[in-house]
Write a protein that binds this ligand. Structure first.
Ligand SMILES: Cc1cc2nc3c(=O)[nH]c(=O)nc-3n(C[C@H](O)[C@H](O)[C@H](O)COP(=O)(O)OP(=O)(O)OC[C@H]3O[C@@H](n4cnc5c(N)ncnc54)[C@H](O)[C@@H]3O)c2cc1C
Length: 323
């Protein structure tokens, strides 16, 4: 039966990440509009009660390849290609992230499909899916359609909202013969950033730290400031994540997370478009920057021109004193 197939990534305990659950919810919504069904692929021996989360988010069927190791792209391409070929799926949907990009591209190449990445929204038009993809540094949106064959849509990380619909999915265990080249690499260890206590999406107040902090140690001042709020957390720009100053799990922007806290306090952040797209929906944006021409002042609600090394500790002390 034609429909939408989603790749669902899980951790070693079988918990699906929010990004994958968002993709399942989105596929279920779209499948409803298309009059078809959303299914998911799970790779690895994930217990039934964990797989149930996919049904609860709208998948009606889950294909589980118990004997295939999760975390590498090529085996996932083998599994998804088989399910798509056997079941005649029209679309494959991914929540995003590097693994999703890699599997999506491999799948399109394997099945001669079309692929579009960094998608922020998907809509139904004339019985087909149309993917909205920001272009020209996010200043314009391109509508991408597929000319028959498989359409592979890879979302921007966390672009799709995870919504529980309370349904349940039928689980089908499948055997997949891996291609020779798919068995040539082995996952040695996973980056465990997901295990870190960084939950920037749930925070009411985010202190965003940028290169202006000068060094990794500079983030301590942001953490002290975040700790003065009941639900505060620290976020980061790509520049500092690339420098190894702060974990990727905290990165905001085009290749990071999208957040909308009550208050986003940008400390030593220039306000590049790729950062802006991840935080511009914040209710209130306050920026501290020593450069009065910094682009962040163009969209901040309140701008403080000055040296963060003086302002941030003073602000922290003032907030602490207020209790
Ligand atoms: C394809 C692509 C994807 C990208 N994705 C992302 C993304 O997801 N997220 C992201 O953030 N970026 C992303 N970028 C990078 C982005 O273009 C910027 O380079 C990055 O956001 C800049 O980070 P920054 O503001 O920390 O550093 P900078 O641009 O170097 O800004 C540092 C700021 O600190 C200020 N400053 C310095 N010292 C002080 C001081 N003592 N007191 C006060 N202010 C001070 C400076 O005036 C400056 O404005 C991407 C780029 C590309 C090409």
């Amino acid at each position: 039966m034609a429909g939408i197939l989603v790749y669902a990534l899980h951790d070693d305990e079988g918990n699906f990440n929010k990004n994958s659950l968002g993709a399942v919810s989105e596929a279920a919504r779209l499948a409803g509009e298309l009059g078809t069904e959303a299914a998911a692929v799970v790779i690895g021996d994930v217990a039934d009660d964990k797989v149930a989360a996919l049904g609860a988010h709208g998948a009606t069927k889950v294909f589980r390849a118990k004997n295939v190791a999760d975390g590498l792209a090529q085996p996932a391409v083998d599994v998804m290609a088989k399910v798509i070929t056997d079941g005649g799926y029209d679309y494959a949907l991914f929540g995003g992230g590097l693994l999703g990009l890699e599997i999506g591209a491999g799948l399109a190449a394997r099945l001669a499909g079309g692929v579009t990445v960094e998608v922020t929204k998907v809509k139904v038009d004339g019985g087909s899916l149309v993917a909205e993809r920001p272009i020209l540094q996010d200043s314009e949106i391109a509508d991408v359609t597929f000319d028959g064959g498989l359409g592979v849509i890879v979302g921007r990380l966390n672009a799709f909202e995870a919504k529980e619909s309370g349904g349940s999915a039928a689980i089908e265990d499948i055997e997949v013969e891996l291609s020779d080249f798919s068995s040539k690499s082995e996952l040695v260890t996973r980056g465990e950033q997901r295990g870190e206590a960084v939950d920037i999406e749930a925070a009411d107040v985010l202190i965003g730290g940028g290169r202006g902090l000068g060094e990794a140690e500079g983030f301590r001042a942001c953490e002290d400031l975040a700790a003065t709020f009941p639900n505060g957390a620290v976020a980061a720009t790509r520049a500092v994540v690339d420098s190894g100053w702060y974990p990727y799990a905290a990165q905001i922007g085009q290749t990071g997370k999208t957040v909308a806290p009550k208050l986003y306090l940008a400390v030593g952040i220039s306000g590049a478009i790729q950062h802006k797209v991840g935080m511009a929906s914040s209710e209130n944006i306050v920026a501290i920057n020593k450069d009065e021409n910094a682009p962040i002042f163009e969209f901040a609600d309140l701008g403080v021109i000055g040296d963060l090394n003086k302002i941030v500790p003073a602000l922290t002390e003032a907030l602490k004193a207020r209790g």
